[in-house]
Design a protein around this ligand. Sequence first.
Ligand code: NAP
Length: 296
Amino acid sequence: MTAEIISGTAISKQIRDELKQEVIQLKEKHNIIPGLATVLVGEDPASQSYVGSKARTCNELGIYSERHDLPADTDEQTLLALIDRLNKDTKINGILVQLPLPGHINENNVLIAIDPRKDVDGFHPINVGKLMIGEPDYLPCTPHGIQELLIRSGIETEGADVVVVGRSNIVGKPVANILMQKRDGANATVTVCHTRTRDLISHTRRADILIVAAGGKPKAITADMIKKGAVVIDVGVHRIGKTKEGKNILCGDVDFESIKEKAKAITPVPGGVGPMTIVMLMTNTVKSARLAAGLL
Ligand code: NAP
């Protein structure tokens, strides 16, 4: 058996095309242009590149975008004052603070300061709580992207045994929560594993859908750890070298080459979960614009 490759590149393109049309219609019918503000503190190259691609995607989709790049020594009060301004700015529907923030800034204080209606990352405790009770406005981007990959690849989650490796607030916990919701595209029976899980393999081996967001060791999940015919979603990203041209060589948490001979379907790294994250951010920004205009 050779697994179907679930292409995040292709699926995210589909969603981008749909969003482009939605943005055109919002402008034509309601004179609304969704707006996203990104806030970056410091000069971390990876963060700069993420913020850059978010701005480019906004441009491509017709979403208004604003970049606020602040020096690394910006104090918390200055950052909170900027967020307060963006909260009040009617051009802005989504505020994204690029994490991690420098150590002298308390991340929680900053995330809590974002108006939950503009929290397009879905990290504000109000939005986390709404997800928990099954009434989310915004789903966090990477977990939402994983759910979309499953839905759009025709993978049935209802009644499926889903095993998630990883319990972070940005991937593991929310993806578990999303897939256990009582609704279409979810209704799974979910187990969450972490570093204190006894006998990890006994869980991974019984998964119909295995989602790995551990980030520890590259290719740590090997073919002997999965059930034949499982669906494997690899969230991990590891930089394992450079090409001759100086580009990063990436791999995931999963040993793609061996697992693709045993799984029913698998996401590659790169080109799997990664491209979905940005597009779900755009989805949330457009949704926020609709909510602000009373269109939802
Ligand atoms: P994180 O905050 O470091 O959390 C990792 C989780 O995995 C923790 O809960 C940890 O358990 C668990 N874990 C680590 N090693 C394990 C092992 N050997 N066995 C069982 N559980 C293990 O990481 P994260 O932010 O969730 O990110 C995870 C990976 O996804 C990283 O590689 C990251 O780069 C990638 N990522 C990709 C995207 C994307 O868009 N493609 C987005 C976000 C993250 P404990 O809680 O017990 O420590």
